[in-house]
Design a protein around this ligand. Structure first.
Ligand code: CA
Length: 94
């Protein structure tokens, strides 16, 4: 799992665009549109974690990525205006 210049890193505040191929299989909104992809990956923290990638506006490209470490810590990433820099928009722990 590559994301820009390294693994998905919950410790960073920004990143390049996600390097994985977006292949959604889940209809998260219940509207009949398959818009979300869920997979496990090695996070830059060294832990394996869950990645949830979603296409919120339906244009076929991912525009929100949330990473969950197995201990419940999560980080949400969203792209800036030109999609070249993604920033952390939320952090927390479940
Ligand atoms: Ca989109």
């Amino acid at each position: 799992m590559e994301w820009a210049d390294g693994l998905i890193d919950p410790g960073r505040a920004e990143s390049g665009p996600p390097g994985f191929e977006f292949d959604p299989t889940v209809d998260a909104g219940g509207d009949g549109v398959v818009d979300t992809m869920v997979f496990r990956a090695d996070l830059a923290s060294g832990e394996a974690g869950l990645v949830i990638a979603a296409d919120l506006d339906g244009d076929g490209t991912v525009d929100r990525v949330t990473t969950f470490e197995d201990d419940g810590d999560f980080v949400r990433w969203e792209p800036g205006e030109n999609d070249s820099v993604w920033t952390v928009t939320e952090r927390g722990s479940l």
